[in-house]
Design a protein around this ligand. Structure first.
Ligand code: ZN
Length: 374
């Protein structure tokens, strides 16, 4: 215990150089190369699923781009003014926006496209203190085509004093002409042992808790940290999975009632995941879609856990810790039905990303969920 306390205190008081996020060796290597001053004018696209830890990676990337340490391979030093201002997002040459902030301003009569153009023009000003200005566009994939065209125009006129960083869950929602101009930095799952060690180091979690969280987060560091920071989220997930297990023995009317109930409950509980300060949900429709996607995520993990338990590998199923009878239930349902249901859940998940109606999507998933009533 004393050893652990000591280690944590050292981490808090001593400023260690390097990336603070976890994993992502390829994206780090590409980022180091792109931070070379001769490479300025590049556009970087940081992409990966929600909860992958893009926010943490972008923070490291900004520190790297603004770090004043020399030689360059010692960046980010995390001690200089550039690093500190980058990490607190207060650097005078850092400009951040998200298409959400360019919504039509009815009072001024300015359209979203005009707002985006005005903003991009302002962002293109000369750097104030650093060698370059860094322009971050969060949730770039959520911008409509007219806004993306305005963005493309800005990217088509690169200067060596500007670096654009686009952040997106779904890179294919970007215009191909934008994608082709970007250096892609993919943020994905982290090997389990590495994520466990990270959770133990930075949050002081005991090994067994860190292990469970790393597994239920599917190796996504942003999701794992969101579970650490928001315990209600973990409680919510356990409740959803327990309800879905109980629905295996209930008919259609109960299932549809439950789909409505889960959606309402989740809408009330939705909190932004720790994947960037702009990752909020403002309209009721967006809130419902976010809630439905969260339910389907928990559902997919449960289906996958049941499937590995049904084929005789229950030790690979993190949910078995939530439901002690998981293996027996899995064997009763059988692998073929679970496989089919898992496929259907993937389709529902994809449909939600394509803006399917949240309640209908959940009802479709309910219909494909195996039935043990017979
Ligand atoms: Zn530095």
């Amino acid at each position: 215990m004393a050893v652990q306390t000591y280690t944590r205190r050292v981490i808090e008081t001593e400023v260690l150089p390097g990336f603070r996020g976890v994993g992502q060796p390829t994206a780090r290597r590409l980022a180091m190369r792109a931070s070379d001053p001769t490479q300025a004018g590049r556009t970087l696209l940081v992409h990966g699923p929600a909860g992958a830890g893009k926010g943490a990676f972008v923070e490291d990337l900004l520190a790297l781009l603004f770090c004043l340490a020399s030689p360059a391979d010692e960046r980010p030093c995390n001690a200089c003014r550039g690093c500190r201002d980058a990490r607190s997002r207060s650097h005078p040459d850092l400009v951040i926006a998200s298409p959400e902030t360019w919504r039509d301003d009815r009072s001024s009569g300015e359209s979203i496209v005009a707002a985006a153009r005005r903003w991009l023009l302002e962002a293109s000003g000369a750097p104030i203190v650093a060698a370059r200005r860094v322009v971050v566009i969060e949730q770039a994939d959520r911008a409509g085509e007219p806004v993306q065209n305005a963005l493309l125009k800005a990217l088509e006129e690169p200067t060596d004093r500007h670096t654009f960083v686009l952040v997106a869950d779904e890179p294919h929602a970007l215009l191909p002409t934008i994608r082709s101009r970007c250096q892609s930095l993919r943020i994905g799952p982290v090997p389990r042992q590495e994520l466990v060690a990270h959770l133990m180091d930075i949050r002081g979690l005991p090994a067994d808790q860190a292990d469970v969280l790393a597994r239920i987060a599917d190796g996504l560091s942003g999701t794992a940290l969101a579970f650490v920071d928001d315990h209600e989220r973990l409680t919510w997930r356990r409740r959803v999975q327990a309800e879905l297990l109980s629905l295996l023995e209930r008919g259609r009317a109960d299932r549809f009632g439950s789909a409505r109930g889960l959606l309402d409950e989740t809408v009330r509980a939705v909190r932004p995941v720790s994947d960037g300060p702009e990752d909020d949900v403002r309209t009721p429709a967006a809130l419902q879609r976010r809630a439905a996607a969260m339910i389907v995520d928990a559902w997919r993990s449960l289906a996958r856990d049941l499937l590995v338990a049904a084929v005789g590998r229950p030790e690979l199923a993190p949910s078995s810790e939530l439901a002690p009878g998981l293996e027996e239930i899995a064997l009763r349902v059988g692998a073929p039905a679970l496989r089919e249901s898992a496929h259907q859940l993937e389709r529902v998940h994809a449909a939600l990303e394509e803006n399917a109606a949240p309640r209908l999507a959940l009802e479709a998933a309910m219909l494909s969920w195996p039935n043990l009533q017979q």
